[in-house]
Ligand binder design. Sequence first.
Ligand code: NAP
Length: 246
Amino acid sequence: MTKLADKVAVVTGASRGIGAAIAKSFAAEGAAVVVNYASRKADADAVVDAITRTGGKAIAVGADVSKADEVTTLVEAAITAFGRLDVLVNNAGIYEMSPIEAVTEDQYRRVFDVNVLGVLLATQAAAEYIGEGGCVINISSNITSGLWPKLAIYAGSKGAVDIITGVLANELGPRKIRVNCINPGLVETEGSEAGLSSGFQEQIIAQTPLGRAGRTDDIAALAVFLASDDARWLTGEKLLATGGLR
Ligand code: NAP
């Protein structure tokens, strides 16, 4: 499969979950992939192994997306290893449920540093190298339209990602760089298992017309589409990926 042949992609937060699935799907479609991780090097190495064992190209690079110097190193690693950069997937994200009375300054800064500042810093660094026809894909959340209780910080951070997507689509459009986001509903990952209460997850599944939680490959397929030439006329879009939940 060659929908992304000759393209080079950086996927942030690709050591597990949605990011790992996107990295593997991109590689299966012919892209060379930089698999970014924050702390789980062994997991990122396993993703790289899975890609290279099947003939794909990938490297693992550790970088905290909320640190400008580390993000620069991440993007430069792509250029050094593969000579160019075409696609940035801003997937790295953290989430936790917290009622308003339990919200802390630390929690706010932790979540916004990764989910919002990380998107800005990575896009800034990548935009230096991404040329005409390239794109940025932000992984937001359907939480921005759901307005569920106990998610003010997380939903606030993803609301910022939605707006940033539209602004940067306008800003980078003249350079023929597309910027879109995917807004998944509940997806089965280690992160969602740890960060969202089981009662909340059951409630979401019960309200979902297609009757199940999302899988990481459901989201990866959409990322492949957005990164490919099939999506050449889409920019500034929010792709709701929820099994019909609105
Ligand atoms: P996950 O299983 O918790 O994995 C998170 C990934 O992000 C890991 O690879 C982690 O790296 C990385 N990461 C965390 N902080 C980082 C940082 N500062 N710098 C670089 N990487 C960092 O998460 P997930 O469920 O796959 O979610 C991925 C994205 O989808 C997030 O943006 C999330 O908000 C969004 N999303 C998820 C769901 C869902 O239900 N799962 C729904 C909607 C949207 P290490 O492992 O190395 O720490």
